[in-house]
Design a protein around this ligand. Structure first.
Ligand SMILES: *[C@@H]1O[C@H](CO)[C@@H](O)[C@H](O)[C@H]1NC(C)=O
Ligand SMILES: *[C@@H]1O[C@H](CO)[C@@H](O)[C@H](O)[C@H]1NC(C)=O
Ligand SMILES: [Cu+2]
Length: 234
């Protein structure tokens, strides 16, 4: 077998047999864009390996995702539908969330690192029931989409999508964070004041009830996602 075939075979084993996944492309009002054109191609993306340390910089935009740029910044109108593709699909039970952070005037979406208390949540999908087993809307899905709030001020933003795999979350550091950051320029925006604002790392603690949880225990019949509440859009 040639070396390249071996590498490809191991890629398949890591990507599929281990049940890992990532978010390579933005979806612009239903139109899938090119992989890694608007999403930062973090180091190790082709291994699909999740982040497990919520205190590390990797929790912001994945490994090297604060300093790596995507080539493009997607122009998209406030109040319309943005999304991410999921490759190959969400493989683990757990919640989905989307955060955004406004790029400072002095910087650009391609060069900003996303540091500071700047991130607000615009979408959250927790358990869809209050019973064991808990059910998850995105398990098995290969895309996630959401409405950009109409009140979102115009300007450049980083958009951070996150799926948390809770299958081994019964031990500290066992929850698996699958995440990517996209680069967008919001047009036709409003005068909203996005809040509350959090930092990554900082927003999560390893012992948050939505991160340290035994979903396999029959007495677990509810779920409380980590992080701030969703911005109400005004
Ligand atoms: C998590 O990351 C923080 C910050 O880099 C580091 O201090 C800590 O040792 C890491 N924890 C583990 C368990 O690797
Ligand atoms: C996501 O896209 C689908 C079409 O693929 C649409 O039916 C659905 O309403 C969208 N979801 C949200 C939250 O906008
Ligand atoms: Cu996995």
């Amino acid at each position: 077998m040639k070396t390249s075939s071996v590498a490809f075979a191991s890629y398949l084993i890591w990507g599929l047999a281990w049940g890992h996944y990532d978010f390579p492309a933005l979806i612009n009002n239903g139109a899938v864009t090119t992989n890694w054109e608007y999403v930062r191609q973090w180091t190790g993306y082709n291994t699909f390996v999740p982040v497990e340390n919520v205190s590390s910089l990797d929790i912001r935009c994945n490994v090297d995702g604060s300093t790596v740029s995507a080539p493009g910044t997607l122009s998209i109108a406030a109040g319309t539908e943005l999304g991410f593709t999921i490759l190959p699909q969400v493989e683990h039970p757990g919640p989905m969330a989307v955060y955004m952070a406004r790029v400072p005037e002095s910087s650009t979406a391609t060069s900003w690192d996303g540091s500071g208390q700047v991130w607000f949540k615009i979408m959250e999908s927790g358990a869809t029931n209050n019973a064991n087993p808990l059910n998850w809307a995105y398990l098995g899905q290969n895309k996630v989409n959401f409405t950009l709030p109409a009140a979102l001020p115009s300007g450049q933003y980083l958009v951070r999508v996150e799926s948390i795999g809770l299958h081994q979350a019964q031990t500290v550091g066992g929850a698996q964070f699958y995440l990517s950051c996209g680069q967008v320029e919001v047009t036709g925006g409003g005068n909203g004041n996005p809040e509350p604002l959090v930092a990554f790392p900082g927003a999560y603690q390893p012992t948050d009830p939505g991160i340290l949880i035994d979903i396999w225990n029959p007495s677990t019949t509810s779920y409380n996602p980590p992080g701030p509440p969703v911005w109400q859009g005004y």
